[in-house]
Write a protein that binds this ligand. Structure first.
Ligand SMILES: Nc1nc2c(ncn2[C@@H]2O[C@H](COP(=O)(O)OP(=O)(O)OP(=O)(O)O)[C@@H](O)[C@H]2O)c(=O)[nH]1
Length: 593
């Protein structure tokens, strides 16, 4: 397994990569899952509780901005890297990757500047962290997140909401189960009123991830001590309390060196009548080691769950990338290929609707099995061939002139009149099938995953398909001629009598019945042949011909993606890269000796 420190370094690297991608703790962004899975130490405390002093003491350097009001307005992710004895100390910011700071006064200045860069001079707070790495022989490997001090009142120039905003931001860090809470409280204040302990108690009631730190032990009233707190009687935590003596304000003013201050702190505990028996477990140096060991062991325990989170996310992202499709190619040939590929996917789905596999095609047969026969049955042939009507039509056609064999004109008119009635149901079938096909085009477009990203191409395909369907329908209507021929005129001679007209009516009726039976079969055949079969075979044929003539620019217009989708692909690709890099990092550390 990995060496001590390499695990902390691993988490540091993943955290930095997360920040570059906008994945950081405390933000309400959607991508904070990996950051949240990484164990980290967050420093919380009320204003002036000594937070900055503890951090500086752990680092052994003076580098944090000071001043009145709320100085820490963005989280500071402080990554400490232990280097070989005698090597030069330096600091580096993630936002200034090429610059090494050896002057810690300049580090302080840059923290201030970088805070203002995001929050402006408005004194607002922001959850976007500043990453600072310090390389020094005087540190232990450790990552700490410095958060704005909890406060009760806004100071001049700061909005009223800042009190609540700070609490919300601090809470968003400490409530995460992987966050180790470094709760700073001053010893010269009642522990029951400590902001840090109040918050820690809320988010970690069992105290298993809270480290209590008591500062300003040297400022307690003479004759009192903090043993009740330090020995865990006042407020019990799973980890032992650590007492600290930082530089006083006057030490700071006198620029007392941090390493000297560490030594003074050490002496304070070693010679203290109250705390002498606890001396080996007090002081900032001890605190740093304690935290480093703890962080290391927490990370070690979490590695399997982090790895499985990463693997799961990689799977999810890869399937999302598949779903979103490849980015659009730049050359016209590849663009044409993409358009054709998408069109074919659409056609495949459309055919599945007609041939089975997807629903809807059966509605075509509903038209033939139910709608058409019902419409044919309803045709008013009884009325048309009633004795009265036959008499009228035949008389009008042939006049008073007696016909020799049969009333030819009369037959002709009766039959033509009857055949005209067939036109209605035939056209209704054509229209009904046309409507079904249009509906299937609409459905198929909606079901073509590949088309989802291209709204313009979607509209183009819909227009081309519907135009083709209109064309198939119109061509069919044109072809539909007179469906029957002439009947064999009956030579029935019972002139002018009722029997004569009744016979004419019945002759025409049986002929019409035959035509109707034939049409019941031929209309579906014609419709399937002209509309359905054509739709299956050549729905997009013209569109393909037009595509062939298009230039690169026009093709690109068809492939204009929804910008939101392009952004999603970009984000997913970056996240995928992050997770893969994180997996590689973990692999390399896990296998190192
Ligand atoms: N004597 C003494 N003074 C301390 C100790 N810790 C902090 N101080 C002083 O208390 C004041 C506040 O300390 P900081 O470390 O700035 O406290 P902070 O919590 O970072 O404060 P803000 O950043 O303003 O929220 C400074 O004047 C420190 O010198 C300590 O242990 N002993």
């Amino acid at each position: 397994m990995a060496t001590m420190g390499s695990l902390i370094g691993l988490v540091n690297r993943i955290q930095r990569a997360c920040t570059v991608l906008g994945d950081y703790g405390g933000g309400d962004n959607a991508f904070s899952s990996l950051w949240e899975a990484l164990p980290s130490v967050a420093v919380v405390g009320g204003q002036s509780s000594g937070k900055s002093s503890v951090l500086e003491s752990i680092v052994g350097r003076d580098f944090l901005p000071r001043g009145s009001g709320i100085v820490t307005r963005r989280p500071l992710v402080l990554q400490l890297h232990k280097t070989d004895e005698g090597s030069q100390e330096y600091a580096e910011f993630l936002h200034l990757p090429k610059r090494r700071f050896t002057d810690f006064g300049a580090v302080r200045h840059e923290i201030q500047e970088e805070t203002d860069r995001i929050t402006g001079k408005t004194k607002q707070i922001s959850p976007v962290p500043i990453h600072l790495s310090i390389y020094s022989p005087n540190v232990v490997n450790l990552t700490l997140i410095d958060l704005p001090g909890l406060t009760k009142v806004a100071v001049e120039g700061q909005p009223e909401s800042i009190v609540q905003d700070i609490e919300t931001m601090v809470r968003s860090y400490v409530e995460k189960p992987n966050c180790i809470i470094l709760a700073i409280s001053p010893a010269n204040q009642d522990i029951a009123t400590s902001d840090a302990i109040k918050l820690a108690r809320e988010v970690d009631p069992s105290g298993e991830r809270t480290f209590g730190v008591l500062t300003k032990l040297d400022l307690m009233d003479k004759g009192t001590n903090a043993l009740d707190v330090l020995e865990g009687r006042s407020y019990r935590l799973q980890h032992p309390w650590v007492g600290i003596v930082n530089r006083s304000q006057s030490d700071i003013n006198k620029n007392v060196d941090m390493i000297v201050a560490r030594r003074k702190e050490h002496d304070y505990f070693a010679t203290s009548p109250d705390y002498g028996h606890l001396a080996s477990k007090m002081g900032s140096e001890y605190l740093a080691k304690l935290l480093s060991q703890h962080l290391e062991s927490v990370i070690r325990a979490r590695i399997p769950s982090i790895t499985s989170l990463i693997n799961k996310s990689i799977d999810e992202l890869e399937s999302e990338m598949d779903h979103l499709g490849r980015p659009i190619a730049l050359d016209a040939g590849a663009q044409l290929y993409t358009v054709l590929e998408v069109c074919r996917a659409f056609e495949r789905i459309f055919k599945e609707h007609l041939d089975g596999g997807r629903p809807g095609g059966d509605r075509v047969y509903g038209v033939f099995d139910n709608q058409l026969p019902a419409a044919l049955r309803k045709l008013p042939f009884d009325r048309h061939l009633s004795l009265q009507n036959v008499k009228r039509v035949v008389s009008e056609a042939d006049g008073y002139q007696p016909h020799l064999i049969a009333p030819e004109q009369g037959y002709r008119r009766l039959i033509e009149g009857a055949l005209n009635y067939f036109r209605g149901p035939a056209e209704a079938s054509v229209d009904a099938v046309h409507f079904v096909l249009k509906e299937l085009v609409r459905k198929s477009i909606a079901e073509t995953q590949e088309l989802k990203r291209f709204p313009t191409l979607q509209a183009d395909i819909a227009a081309a398909a519907n135009e083709a369907l209109e064309r198939f329908r119109d061509e069919e209507v044109d072809k539909e001629g007179n469906p029957g021929g002439n009947p064999q005129a009956t030579a029935a001679m019972d002139r002018y009598g009722e029997g004569h007209f009744r016979r004419i009516g019945s002759n025409v009726f049986s002929y019409i019945g035959m035509v109707s039976d034939t049409l019941k079969n031929t209309i579906p055949k014609a419709v399937v042949y002209c509309q359905v079969r054509e739709a299956k075979q050549s729905l997009l044929s013209r569109f393909y011909t037009q595509l062939g003539k298009k230039e690169g620019k026009q093709l690109l217009q068809m492939l204009d993606e929804d910008p939101a989708l392009m952004e999603r692909r970009r984000q997913s690709a970056k996240r995928l890269e992050l997770y893969k890099a994180a997996r590689d990092e973990i692999d390399s550390v896990s296998w190192a000796q």
